[in-house]
Design a protein around this ligand. Sequence first.
Ligand code: IPM
Ligand code: MN
Length: 363
Amino acid sequence: MHLKILVTAGDGIGPEVTNEAVSVLKEVANIGGHTLELDAKRIGGIAITTDGTPLPADTLAAALDSDAVLLGAVGGNEFNSLPPDKRPEAGLLQIRSALGGFANLRPAFAFKELAINSPLRPEIIDGADILFVRELLGGLYFGQPREWNKATNEAWNTMRYTKAEVVRVARIAFQLAQKRRKKLCSVDKANVLEVSQLWRAAVMEVAAEFPDVALEHQYVDAMAMHIMNRPKDFDVVFTENLFGDILSDEAGVITGSLGMLPSATIGGKVNLYEPIHGSAPDIAGKGLANPLGAILTGALILRHSAGLEAEAAAIETSVRKVLEQGFRTPDLARTNPQGFTVLSTTEMGAKVRETVKTMLVNA
Ligand code: IPM
Ligand code: MN
């Protein structure tokens, strides 16, 4: 297997965590006799500073010419006063749109070893395993018109979906549910929004193609509560762009740390892989960042862009093993009442690498 990966590490802790993800991928590729062709390009704040734009043309060209893009994080405090289209985040939205992936898969699952990190009681989260499927190219993020009219002191964004846009991502969500526990919860605000009414009607039509999947609908406000009260009741949670943005951060509470969560965006020309966490400028460059979300994102590359399921699972199991053995990055150790071994970013990467190597060599 030959895989061409473009790494767009971005800002803040992005470079540190993607380095560890890449080192784990290299180890796995080596053992299996696969070849990785790696290239690195700028995106986000670093690209604004160096190239004057958050998504330079050569980054986009290299992305379109790769099998998968691994993105670190974008954003920094120095850009916070810029208008939306000039910010680092604009680079991310542009690359998402250009690569065309519309189904953003965001797993949120409880790690038994990290239960103490969650403010939710262990019996609520133990065994919780949700897969969010967030529509990524529509809704308020991309809908036109959008404007802040400073003269009239009005601003507007447009939440817009076509039926076709809902149907194509709904199919992916149902297919994923079929491979899991065969339950799909579609989240909308159909009691208020026309766009949600179209969403719900489209989802019901697609549901007819998947009679083995149990479908339920929830309003987004109620869902925000259900995810906290009874996360174990949900399998695949399917929703539009902004609702998915919000609910997937909320679901980070189940895991105990956003630093653990990976994501994959599929359905377009080139799949895009990003950990869910942000650029965390406050801890950048200090070796404090948790690389496990990025490493698990690497596992998703192997699963969704290379068909290497066993290798992907080996990385996921290794992350669990390392946690079982009591290794933690500072964000996971907190005040460390249990005497965990606290590791730096690179030390944590090395631990996972050693563990996955032992697993695969002995397999
Ligand atoms: C995410 C982030 C992005 C989003 C930002 C950085 C544009 O919050 O991936 O969840 O809103 O989609
Ligand atoms: Mn977000």
